[in-house]
Design a protein. Structure first.
Length: 155
């Protein structure tokens, strides 16, 4: 009986060590996300931290001309939010949850990208009570709700 317990502990310790030391498939799978943001924005840093906690590597480009960046990249004015990012050939506008970005990069739909217009309370990077909000898939000829979230949880 004690011997069985010893083997179970050893197995658990080895499994945990392997999980920690083994390179994560996520890091190898997801492309770098380049985030364009205003240097004075605090919630952008919270969103970037959310992405990194969910397996993305990020690169930050600070600019005081974020509206020019959006125009150059083709983000529709009515979908504008706080920051603009690029990942795997797609645009990511605003506080889009990592789960929605992972889905986008897995499914690879014909679109320009995803957007969460405005700055919904409780969305990744935003403080406050969680409110429900839509993640919009947009392209040159289509806009539709891609997912609905409350905070970081898809509903």
């Amino acid at each position: 009986m004690i011997r069985g317990l010893h083997l179970t502990r050893r197995f658990a310790c080895l499994s945990l060590t392997a999980a920690v030391l083994m390179p994560s498939k996520t890091w190898a799978t997801w492309p770098l996300i380049t985030v364009h943001k205003d240097p004075t924005c605090g919630c952008c840093g919270g969103w970037i931290a959310h992405l990194e906690l969910n397996g993305f590597q990020t690169k930050t480009v600070e600019t005081s001309a974020i509206n020019r960046v959006r125009a150059r990249l083709g983000v529709p004015f009515e979908l504008a939010a706080c920051h603009t990012a690029q990942a795997g050939g797609y645009l990511i506008e605003g506080h889009v949850p990592a789960k929605a970005i992972q889905r986008l990069l897995t499914e690879r739909p014909k679109a320009q990208g995803l957007a969460v217009p405005g700055m919904p309370s409780g969305s990744p990077g935003m403080t406050g009570e969680y409110e429900e909000y839509d993640v919009i898939l947009f392209g040159p000829t289509e806009r539709r709700v891609y997912a609905r979230f409350k905070g970081e949880t898809q509903i």
